[in-house]
Design a protein around this ligand. Structure first.
Ligand SMILES: Nc1nc2c(ncn2[C@@H]2O[C@H](COP(=O)(O)OP(=O)(O)OP(=O)(O)O)[C@@H](O)[C@H]2O)c(=O)[nH]1
Ligand SMILES: [Mg+2]
Length: 451
């Protein structure tokens, strides 16, 4: 089966590398505001489970009018135009005078199809006609992509101009195009050359399957995180009560550190799962004024009053427990917000109220100071809310985007309301069991509908 090759070409600084990065899901490709960032042509292989294709990133056109003049000066007859372009890229003099055009035309002469990229927020100008004319001379299959970098102001004019030279003209924004839009573009690619249709169709099928696999693996990561955070406890053997009092703040710090590190680890794994290796995440500390430390505000993290009542009722009915979630949740959030629940670099959960400190008599007459596990019934929902927010951000994040990601509060109740009632019930039961330190079978499958 023949694998497709596409050369992404155009004026400098129009988002060629951004398109390659997004389609190849590769966040290491250099993208910048500086014109001429890409100074050589390089192929990026997109490998899927059973297929693949190649994108070739290229430098932008620098002297298209002069290049077109060279080509017309060397033309013998219309049927030899592609041969003249081939002659151009091998000509030592042209290599010296027009290095960028030689680099960008070489993959096309070698058989790549053309993806011509323009910026729909800038007006069309005659200088682009030389570029399009040169590309037409190669005789290779081609498609034009309008990237509306800042706006769609000039998209209409561009469509008129481009359709003179290209059979297919599409709008594609590499920063915003979601998964389905990327798949649609790949499907359009498959029409460019019938020889590539089979392998490209396989690529889209593979990508869809991979997406499902990512979702399942994300559910596994979440299940492990939830289980670990809900069950973690740290302890220290001591001789007497006063020693236990002294050790308590140390255990509290240890506890908070472990919980933070455990969440950071999952965040890293989630980023790796979605092939984001360069992105930095900042999780801001919650900075709320004291008078906001009310019941209302912890809904941000967890559930609505009604959902809490339902969760409590289910848990109560099953385990005979009292539905005391409102009180428990309230005190939990006071602690959590007061201490700043998040922040990679800051105390994640420094509040004492978040955890329980216990003292237990030991058989030998000693004591054990114990910190954790968390008993608050709202806690699993807090963990879920944070993870799901992050998951949604990462799923939608294109690989052309650079810069940090910020994690903010998330309303989990919308996701829970969207679940079928059976799934909701199963989720509430699972959360209730976790907080009671009971085993939950198939936790990741129960979490999957949330993702
Ligand atoms: N907001 C926004 N910015 C974009 C978009 N596409 C590209 N950019 C920005 O435009 C600039 C140029 O993008 P590149 O992908 O490096 O462009 P290029 O065509 O490869 O540029 P050269 O390699 O210099 O020829 C970068 O700052 C991008 O972040 C877009 O769709 N939206
Ligand atoms: Mg570039």
């Amino acid at each position: 089966m023949k694998r497709a090759v596409f050369a992404v070409v155009g004026h400098p600084n129009k988002g060629k590398s951004s398109i390659v990065a997004t389609l190849a899901r590769n966040d290491s490709i250099e993208i910048s505001q500086r014109s001429g960032t890409t100074d050589k042509a390089f192929a990026v292989k997109v490998e899927t489970a059973n297929s693949g294709y190649q994108l070739v990133d290229t430098p932008g056109f620098q002297r298209p009018t002069k290049v077109l003049k060279w080509l017309t000066d060397h033309q013998v007859s219309a049927d030899k135009r592609a041969a003249v372009v081939a002659k151009f890229i091998h000509d030592p003099d042209c290599n010296q005078k027009f290095p960028d055009e030689v680099k960008l035309l070489t993959p096309i002469v070698n058989g790549a199809a053309i993806l011509y990229v323009v910026d729909g927020s800038r007006p069309f100008g005659a200088e682009y006609e030389s570029e399009m004319e040169i590309l037409r001379w190669t005789g290779q299959p081609s498609m034009a992509l309008i990237n509306p970098i800042e706006s769609e102001t000039h998209v209409g004019d561009w469509q008129n101009a481009l359709s003179q030279y290209f059979k297919t003209v599409r709008i594609f924004n590499p920063m915003k195009a979601d998964f389905e839009k990327q798949i649609e573009l790949l499907q359009a690619f498959s029409h460019l050359n019938p020889d590539w249709a089979v392998t490209l169709n396989q690529v889209t099928a593979d990508l869809r399957q991979f997406r499902e696999l990512q979702k399942k693996n994300a559910a596994l990561l979440l299940a492990r995180l939830l289980d670990d955070l809900c069950s973690y406890r740290t302890s220290q053997k001591v001789l007497n009560q006063s020693q236990a009092d002294v050790i308590q703040p140390v255990l509290a710090k240890q506890y908070a550190h472990w919980m933070r590190e455990r969440e950071v680890q999952t965040v890293k794994e989630l980023f790796a799962l979605f092939e984001h290796f360069q992105t930095q995440v900042t999780i801001e500390e919650l900075d709320l004024p004291p008078d906001l430390f009310e019941c209302e505000h912890w809904y941000m993290w967890g559930l609505t009053k009604q959902q809490l009542a339902t969760a409590g009722a289910i848990a109560g009915a099953v385990a005979g427990a009292t539905a005391d979630m409102m009180v428990a949740g309230h005190s939990f959030m006071l602690g959590a917000l007061g201490g700043g629940i998040i922040g990679f670099g800051s105390a994640w959960m420094s509040a004492d109220k978040l955890v329980t400190t216990k003292l237990k008599g030991l058989p030998l007459g000693g004591y054990e100071a114990i910190y954790g596990p968390i008993k608050n019934k709202n806690f699993p929902y807090v963990v879920l809310g944070r993870f799901i927010y992050l998951y949604q951000q990462i799923c939608q994040r294109n690989h052309a985007l650079r810069g940090n990601m910020e994690i903010q509060s998330k309303r989990l109740h919308e996701q829970i309301s969207a679940l079928e009632s059976g799934d909701q019930k199963a989720l509430h039961l699972a959360c209730s069991r976790l907080i009671k330190q009971k085993n939950v079978d198939e936790l990741s499958s129960l979490l999957l509908p949330l993702l």
